[in-house]
Design a protein around this ligand. Structure first.
Ligand SMILES: C[S@@+](CC[C@H](N)C(=O)[O-])C[C@H]1O[C@@H](n2cnc3c(N)ncnc32)[C@H](O)[C@@H]1O
Length: 283
């Protein structure tokens, strides 16, 4: 089969799930990852024949995607901002808005800071910050042992040092450490909103990373703000990624809890998505 034929055959399969542009990018991603042929070489060698042997792994991945496994899980990792992040069903797939949050955070001077990432998942936020600023100390917590297993692998393979801990932020903590920055992208979708979430996400990604198992959508924000009040150093900062329709509710919680210098920032899609606030330490 030639590369031209392979593209037609693969795209016809992918079009059952993805639109034309997505199918084309997924085809090129798979071709690059599993046959080592980038887009330029594809066009130069479009009539070149590919042996069925070398297509084995490529075809296995296409079959998974046809069965509605997200591309990132089918490939097994995501390459993002110079990091290679392993992903499987126990961790949320990294989202562009979370990278926007990380890029906002690194506008702070992170050197020598004690930083806590609550609900680390794949370790994305922690690893991004540690890669950017080697002299900070990063603590990363999650209540999922499976997520922490992946996050630790990610730290190892990216050669970055992060202190991982299996901690449930909804339970009372007897933690003595104080932090300069506390960051979280917690679960924030109400179970009643399940219909608004795509089947691809619901079927594959860990539901406990996405949905709040409570009537109270702000459960995690309340717990993390309470924890931050007692565990942030004076002038320490809390950062959250939020649901676009509830960011003002999080802002109100921060005001009630006497945080100051509250700022909301849009993500790269132009949506109010992240918030930061300072703890002056006198409340
Ligand atoms: C929205 S995901 C964010 C993952 C990652 N930080 C990211 O931004 O890609 C939320 C994470 O919170 C974790 N989580 C859920 N409940 C928790 C709890 N009670 N205590 C600590 N972590 C929790 C989930 O396992 C999941 O990894």
């Amino acid at each position: 089969m030639t590369l031209r034929q392979l593209k037609k055959l693969t795209q016809d399969k992918l079009l059952k799930i993805y639109n034309f542009n997505e199918s084309r990018s997924i085809f090129h991603l798979l071709l690059d990852e599993f046959l080592g042929i980038d887009t330029v070489n594809f066009h130069i060698n479009i009539e070149k024949k590919i042996s069925s042997d070398s297509l084995k792994l490529f075809n296995q991945k296409v079959s998974l995607i046809e069965k509605e496994v997200p591309v990132q899980y089918a490939i097994g990792y995501v390459k993002i901002e110079g990091l290679k992040i392993l992903v499987d069903k126990s961790v949320l797939i990294p989202r562009p808005e979370t990278i926007d949050l990380c890029k906002w955070i690194i506008q702070e001077k992170l050197n020598d800071k004690q930083i806590l990432d609550i609900g680390t998942g794949s370790g994305l936020i922690s690893l991004f910050l540690k890669k950017y600023s080697k002299n900070c100390t990063i603590h990363a917590w999650d209540n999922s042992k499976n997520a922490l297993r992946i996050a630790k692998k990610n730290a190892d393979q990216n050669n970055l040092d992060v202190n991982f801990n299996n901690i449930d932020i909804l339970k009372n903590q007897s933690i003595k450490t104080k932090f300069d920055l506390i960051i979280s992208n917690p679960p924030y979708i109400n179970k009643k909103e399940k219909d608004s979430i795509s089947n691809l996400v619901k079927k594959n990604e860990p539901n406990e990373a996405i949905f709040v198992d409570s009537e109270d959508d702000l459960l995690f924000y309340k717990a993390i703000i309470k924890f931050s009040k007692s565990h942030l150093n004076e002038n320490g900062i809390v950062y959250f990624e939020c649901h676009k329709e509830r960011i003002n509710h999080v802002k109100n919680l921060l005001i009630i809890n006497k945080f100051t210098e509250i700022e909301i920032k849009k993500d790269s899609f132009g949506i109010d998505r992240m918030i930061k606030a300072k703890n002056y330490g006198y409340a």
